[in-house]
Design a protein. Structure first.
Length: 148
């Protein structure tokens, strides 16, 4: 039994776990699983090439089959950014929105934002109530709110 290669895999495993703990980005944990599998395979003196193959296969299987579930689970409480939180909100036009002239502002949540209409040829007058459909750079893309 070549204990040295097992120690190398275990050190690699610890390094990957430490990196994961520091970054908390679900980036290296999959490879840590692969390193653990390779360390276990190395105990009965398996050839290094086979150990590396086990490392790669286990890492890729973990990455492709468990990452989507883990990302969904770990990101469920993620706080949306200010911009992401704008989509779907209502706003009031405070400066006429005219895409041809490249002008327009809305107020939503007590903040003024540059805005453009989702329809190129529609001019939205001051006081119109609009809904934020999206964000393009630092400009909100809005559409006049339909009543009823």
């Amino acid at each position: 039994m070549d204990i040295n290669i097992t120690i190398v895999w275990l050190v690699f495993l610890v390094i990957l776990i430490v990196i994961e703990l520091i970054t908390m980005g679900l980036t290296t944990i999959w490879f840590a699983g692969g390193a653990l599998a390779a360390a276990l395979v190395s105990i009965p003196d398996t050839p290094v090439v086979l150990q590396v193959i086990v490392f790669l296969i286990v890492s890729l299987v973990l990455l492709f089959f468990t990452r989507p579930v883990a990302v969904k689970y770990f990101n469920k409480d993620r706080v949306r950014t200010n911009i992401e939180g704008m989509i779907g909100r209502q706003a009031i036009v405070v400066s006429e929105i005219n895409n041809v002239e490249g002008i327009g502002q809305v107020n939503t949540g007590g903040m003024e934002w540059s805005a453009r209409s989702s329809y190129h040829n529609v001019v939205l007058p001051v006081g119109a109530v609009v809904t934020v459909l999206g964000v393009d750079g630092v400009k909100l893309i809005v559409e006049e709110r339909k009543e009823g």
